[in-house]
Design a protein around this ligand. Structure first.
Ligand SMILES: C[S@@+](CC[C@H](N)C(=O)[O-])C[C@H]1O[C@@H](n2cnc3c(N)ncnc32)[C@H](O)[C@@H]1O
Ligand SMILES: Nc1nc2[nH]cc(C(=O)O)c2c(=O)[nH]1
Ligand code: SF4
Ligand SMILES: [Mg+2]
Length: 239
């Protein structure tokens, strides 16, 4: 039996990327190997996992951490009408063995920072959807920027789109994201992904100009299906 630290489990609709609006169970792992300057989510370990049993009720039941894979599978299976189960965090790939031990019968949708290719190998055959971020962070936030890019490319190679798995890429763009960095990484992974989503950062003071995103999109469209989609769940205030 595997155990993992999880901060929350709830049912909502996917608010980001090409699957926006699909009904999902969200399983949020704690712990992360990065420290993105725009991160909107607490990643610290929590004593309990809050579980919203009825979607949208804002009523939570607390379960002590860590949770077993059986407990998590049971909670997820209690939600109805699910398209898939979003594994998010924090960084879910830190808990690859736990993910492999989940048994829900519902397709798994991984939300990852794509920096842990060795962990990705352990779960790749269990995943139906991979929402893979490319983290273009200020170099001061990275231990080894070159290794970071190599790991990202290797992670996309491991989790690439196949007959059984859709892998797409999201890049959170701020006004400080360098065009050259985006162009370089997209060129390296475009063969592995079904689409590229440019996700403007949600904090107003960090947002890029619309014209900047539109010109980026224009430059990628020859190579890859490129869309600009902001976070939609924040607009109407659901989880
Ligand atoms: C909180 S992360 C957890 C999963 C994984 N660690 C990752 O970063 O992909 C979930 C998604 O939220 C996005 N995100 C986090 N903060 C954001 C912000 N301020 N604006 C827009 N997207 C954000 C991340 O880029 C990622 O796509
Ligand atoms: N509705 C909704 N959609 C999401 N898509 C990615 C999320 C995440 O935090 O990983 C997220 C989230 O937290 N809520
Ligand atoms: S990788 Fe994801 S969870 Fe970790 S700090 Fe960055 S956005 Fe937050
Ligand atoms: Mg979120």
């Amino acid at each position: 039996m595997m155990f993992a630290p999880i901060s929350e489990i709830f049912c909502s609709v996917q608010g980001e990327g090409p699957y926006v609006g699909y009904r999902q169970a969200f399983v949020r792992f704690t712990g992360c190997n990065l420290n993105c300057n725009y991160c909107d989510t607490p990643v610290e370990a929590t004593k309990v996992c809050r579980v919203e049993k009825k979607a949208g009720s804002n009523v939570f039941q607390n379960i002590e951490n860590p949770l077993s894979s059986d407990e998590v599978s049971e909670i997820v299976k209690s939600f109805s009408g699910l398209h898939s189960v979003s594994l998010t965090g924090g960084e879910p790939l830190l808990h690859a063995e736990f993910i492999s031990s989940l048994d829900t019968g519902i397709p798994l949708y991984l939300e990852s920072n794509m920096t842990l290719p060795h962990m990705a190998k352990k779960v790749k055959d269990n995943l139906s959807y991979v929402s893979g971020d490319v983290k273009l962070l200020p170099h001061s936030l990275l231990e080894d920027p070159e290794l970071h890019l190599d790991s990202t490319i290797e992670c996309f190679r491991v989790l690439k789109t196949t007959q059984n798995r859709d892998c797409f890429c999201k890049i959170v763009v701020t006004k400080d994201t360098p065009v050259d960095d985006i162009e370089g990484i997209v060129g390296a992974i475009s063969g592995y992904i079904s689409s590229l989503i440019l996700q403007p950062v949600t904090q107003k003071d960090m947002q890029p100009e619309p014209g900047y995103l539109l010109s980026l999109q224009e430059s990628f469209l020859n190579d890859i299906d490129t869309r600009i989609i902001p976070q939609t769940h924040k607009m109407w205030g659901c989880l």
